[in-house]
Write a protein that binds this ligand. Structure first.
Ligand SMILES: [Zn+2]
Ligand SMILES: [Zn+2]
Length: 253
């Protein structure tokens, strides 16, 4: 966006702020001068709170262990060294995120960015590169923006860590799936879906990368991105998401 367009957008927002009262981003209740969510919608959100697995970030029962690890990560270290999420993915957080990415409620972005920064904590402090999970080109055309790019840029607005939106490229798998087993197909699809852009190859080598996405369900997408980055020479890969599935937690594949 040009400086002129940015200034015009800010002026428009400022004028709208003066004229119209803010509404809750979920239910539409008038909030007055506050931005964000009404008290009722706030109280329904479930934030991920410690203790969590030090590696995959899944909430663990009980307290008192300084740096707990879940059974799955203890049995086999995940490809992504540390994963963190701000919210538990349920009906409420889903409504919020769907509003953001499918209905363009971009006023939620500052709220989401604050939650992500808190959830990422030391992952953000220690990262060299902050990389959003890319969308397919056709999906980007359809939606007009990549929500992961907006979130990743929001949490890393300065020079350090470096926000790099185009390190990963997402494309359709080209390898024939016909002769593969179901498990092989899944591995093949995810591994073939991403590549590191040639222009960023040297920057990736030896870097600690923080991947950013909106929702973690099976973890397959983030895992595929991490594998591609590590194969390109990244030193380590962490991930932070706005919300994650916790009930049917599966080992990252
Ligand atoms: Zn509300
Ligand atoms: Zn774990």
């Amino acid at each position: 966006m040009s400086l002129l367009a940015t200034t015009a957008a800010r002026l428009t927002t400022a004028v709208v702020d003066l004229v119209l009262p803010h509404k809750c981003a979920v239910c539409g209740t008038v909030l007055g001068h506050e931005r964000g969510l009404c008290a009722g919608c706030w109280s329904e959100l479930r934030f991920v709170v410690p203790p969590v697995c030090r590696s995959c970030g899944v909430p663990l029962p009980g307290a008192g262990v300084a740096s707990p690890i879940c059974g799955l990560c203890a049995a086999e270290a995940p490809v992504i060294q540390r994963t963190r999420a701000a919210l538990v993915y349920d009906g409420h957080s889903r409504r919020l995120i769907v509003g953001f990415k499918h209905y363009g409620r971009l006023s939620l972005r500052p709220l989401f960015v604050g939650w992500l920064q808190r959830a990422a904590g030391e992952l953000l402090d220690e990262a060299d590169l902050v990389v959003p999970v890319p969308l397919h080109r056709w999906r980007l055309l359809h939606r007009g923006f990549n929500q992961a790019v907006l979130l990743a840029h929001g949490i890393a607005p300065g020079p350090e860590p470096r926000f790099v939106p185009d390190v990963l490229v997402r494309h359709r798998p080209t390898v024939s799936q016909q002769s593969l087993s179901r498990r092989e197909r899944r591995t093949n699809v995810t591994a073939a879906a991403f590549r590191v852009a040639p222009a960023w190859r040297s920057a990736v080598v030896g870097s600690r990368v923080l991947l950013v996405d909106d929702v973690l369900t099976t973890g397959a997408t983030l895992d595929a991105c991490a594998r591609v980055l590590l194969a390109a020479g990244a030193g380590a890969v962490d991930a932070v998401c706005l919300a994650r599935v916790t009930e049917s937690h599966k080992a990252p594949i």
